[in-house]
Write a protein that binds this ligand. Structure first.
Ligand code: IVH
Length: 698
């Protein structure tokens, strides 16, 4: 029926071109309108079948009259060609981040500072919005058309993802008015439902799972191929006008709108942009606190994840008066929700052998609902932590999820012990290969010493194929396992000599998957040098350091020929990294792998300088206080230093960041007082999760 209509309409002969043009325009307008109802308001007004009919008719006309295709037509959302790398853009207006508030006291301090800056008798109003747990983007509309979009990156420079953003059906390619220029900021996110769907699909295909909706959204937006992004059904909310150049006849209205955050949001809505309808207008601290409490109570009922509420001074004149530090505005703060907790039982404690041989104990839990998903595992980090918390098999425990995915055990409910509980002991031999397990001095981690440990090899292959490394789609844990078990590969270089008929003999490997895998492998040969160096899995060489090395040496051969002293001259390469590189490169087995990779035709030259690589934490002074749950202090210190940062032992006005772990003490108080007294306005207090975000490779 629809097919008949498609050919029937567009197939009609001798229709004057003007009429066709009008029909196409009318169709485009109707589809845009229904996109708005469906994707922005979530209130469809026609059935899917009716919508499809409109789309098909438009497609048929466009096929017949390609010269009349409008680049902003709803059919053109997935138009761009796959890229070889994402470009970078410098934001015209830096995308600041927010200071955090963790309790009512923090909110009171914030409110006090705001009121101090206000005029005598001035009423201060706040807009309180949910803090969407996604990734921040900046969008630029020119003459009402979406011309560019970028991720936040470090706030100054982000990645250009315009083609990918255009695939988000909730983002209009055209605004209602042809405004000369509008730059907005918003958050791209993935709904819980879509996240579950995507992970189920990936599991079935043996691909690595995304840890949480935020990572899934980031991975989906930072794709080279917009067709992949289009399948991910990402959503977005915009929440801030960065710049507005309105139409002359609109000046008066836009000025009024631009004066107040609530009106700014209404204005963005009127332009057809997706704005979260849930927000509060508060004029007292009590109302702000109430709004934050309501947000927390509602968070698990939402179709998407939020990790707090954002409190913004509504009036833009007062905003301007309060100003900003180099990183955060003084007119806004993020109220972060406390971690969500649940009680369950530890059924078992198992060990996972990582790529570097580290044995990570994991608690297998009786499945329990927590923060909107079912949890059946919690990390126990290492033996010391198990001891410290005295976690035993069969113990009832409180677990929590703090921002990141892998929940952790907070404490044992020892009062509920029955006597059935069993203590865990680290085995003396690797559960996967039987090699002796060692614990090096000063390290919390136990390691398997087996050079040929299959688990290490498997993890190494999964790492090699991962997104930021060689990005080989279709080579996840399940396939890696199969390849190893079938004896088809013994190291990562063997991947490049896999044959189609060998692959087809594997269970559940169809013709299509085999061909896709071979194609992905072929494509990965053209990767840049940075990802290849990262893919090798050299200790302490994360993807940023790998790019630094690639930019400096320009070829794998030159890197291989480098001496320790030469490596040390490279910015950001400290003793640890240099020593680790030398150990890796001098190893015979590794040398053979590198030669095999070169012979297979894997690119080992950098084609161009990567100007975006700089020491991201250069000159920044960090003070660590309290305990971090996922890293030892030493590891944290190494990561900071590897990225050009320094460690301070006490908090002073020279400190840039105080990383507040659990039970942070007097250093945190000192930092707070330096900030509130204005002695160190640039000082930022960050929690563990934010610290990981900061040091994670971009
Ligand atoms: S306002 C200068 N509003 O939270 C104002 N941010 O920790 C900057 N976020 O990087 C941000 N929802 O990615 C704002 N309604 C909202 C938000 C929001 C989520 C994110 C944003 C920002 C981070 C700050």
């Amino acid at each position: 029926m629809e097919q008949r209509r498609k050919t029937g309409r567009a197939g009609e002969q001798n229709i004057p071109q003007e009429q066709v043009k009008q029909r196409m325009e009318a169709l485009r307008d109707r589809i845009r309108e229904h996109d708005y109802y469906y994707y922005v308001l979530d209130q469809p007004r026609i059935t899917d079948a009716e919508y499809d009919t409109l789309m098909q008719e438009l497609e048929a006309w466009e096929e017949k009259y390609p010269e009349l295709v409008d680049p902003d037509s709803p059919t053109q959302r997935v138009g761009g060609q796959p890229l070889t790398a994402l470009g970078t853009v410098r934001h015209r207006f830096p995308l600041l981040s927010l200071t955090n508030s963790f309790d009512e006291g923090d909110l009171r301090d914030f409110d006090r500072r705001v009121r101090q800056a206000a005029e005598e008798g001035e009423t201060v109003t706040y807009v309180v919005e949910p803090k969407i747990d996604g990734l921040s983007v900046a969008l630029v509309y020119e003459k009402g058309k979406l011309i560019s979009g970028a991720t936040r990156g470090d706030g100054e420079v982000g990645e250009e993802v315009t083609q990918n953003l255009k695939t988000l059906r909730c983002l209009p390619l055209r605004l209602k008015d042809a405004l000369p220029r509008l730059e907005v900021r918003g958050e791209v996110f993935m709904s819980r439902h879509e996240f579950e769907r995507l992970n189920q699909q990936r599991e079935a295909q043996g691909e690595a799972l995304f840890a949480n909706p935020r990572n899934a959204a980031a991975g989906s937006l930072r794709q080279l191929d917009p067709r992949v992004t289009a399948t991910r059904r990402l959503r977005a909310f915009v929440y801030q006008i960065l710049y507005l150049e309105a139409l002359p006849n609109e000046m008066a209205t836009s000025l009024a709108y631009g004066n107040d955050q609530l009106q700014a949001l209404q204005y963005l809505e009127e332009q057809g942009l997706p704005v979260n309808p849930w927000r509060y207008y508060c004029s007292t601290l009590e109302e702000v606190v109430q709004a934050c409490k309501e947000g927390e109570a509602r968070r698990n009922d939402l179709p998407y994840e939020i990790d707090g509420m954002v409190i913004k001074v509504a009036n833009s004149v007062l905003q301007a008066k309060l100003g900003a530090t180099s990183k955060t505005p003084r007119w806004a703060t993020a109220f972060k929700f406390p971690p969500q907790q649940a009680v369950t039982r530890v059924e078992d404690i198992i060990l996972r052998v990582g790529r570097t041989g580290v044995l990570t104990p994991t608690a297998v839990l009786q499945p329990v609902r927590l923060a909107g998903s079912t949890v059946s595992k919690a990390t126990l980090h290492n033996e010391d932590i198990i001891r410290e918390k005295d976690v035993r098999i069969k113990d009832q425990v409180i677990i929590q999820k703090a921002g990141d995915v892998i929940p952790e055990v907070v404490r044992v409910l020892s009062e509920r012990r029955t006597g059935e509980e069993r203590s865990f002991t680290m085995p003396s031999h690797c559960p996967e290969c039987g090699s002796p397990v060692v614990r090096l001095e000063g390290e919390a981690a136990a390691r398997c010493t087996g050079a040929a440990c299959p688990a290490q090899l498997r993890e190494g292959i999964i790492h090699f194929a991962s997104r930021d490394a060689m990005n080989i789609e279709g080579l996840g844990p399940a396939v890696a396992n199969q390849l190893l078990e079938a004896g088809l590969i013994r190291d990562v270089a063997d991947l490049y000599s896999l044959k189609r008929d060998e692959l087809l003999k594997l269970e559940r490997m169809g013709v299509k998957s085999a061909d896709n895998l071979l194609q992905a492998l072929e494509k990965s040969k053209n990767n840049r040098l940075g990802p290849l160096i990262f893919a090798l899995g050299i200790r302490y060489v994360g993807s940023r350091i790998a790019r630094v090395l690639a930019a400096h040496f320009g070829s794998l051969d030159r890197l291989r020929a480098a001496t320790y002293a030469e490596l040390r001259t490279v910015p950001e390469i400290g003793e640890k990294i240099a020593a680790s590189l030398i150990t890796f490169l001098q190893n015979d087995q590794n040398q053979q792998i590198l030669e095999k990779l070169e012979k297979a035709g894997v690119n080992t030259q950098d084609k161009r300088e990567d100007a975006t690589v700089t020491a991201s934490l250069a000159g920044q002074v960090f003070v660590l206080t309290g305990t971090l749950s996922r890293m030892t202090r030493r590891q944290a210190q190494e990561r900071i230093e590897a990225q050009g940062g320094k460690i301070g032992s006490s908090v002073s006005r020279h400190t840039n960041y105080v990383v507040a772990g659990e039970d942070a003490g007097s250093k945190l108080d000192k930092a707070r007082s330096l900030i509130t007294t204005g002695v160190a306005p640039h000082l930022k207090i960050i929690n563990e999760e934010e610290f990981y975000q900061l040091i994670s490779d971009k």
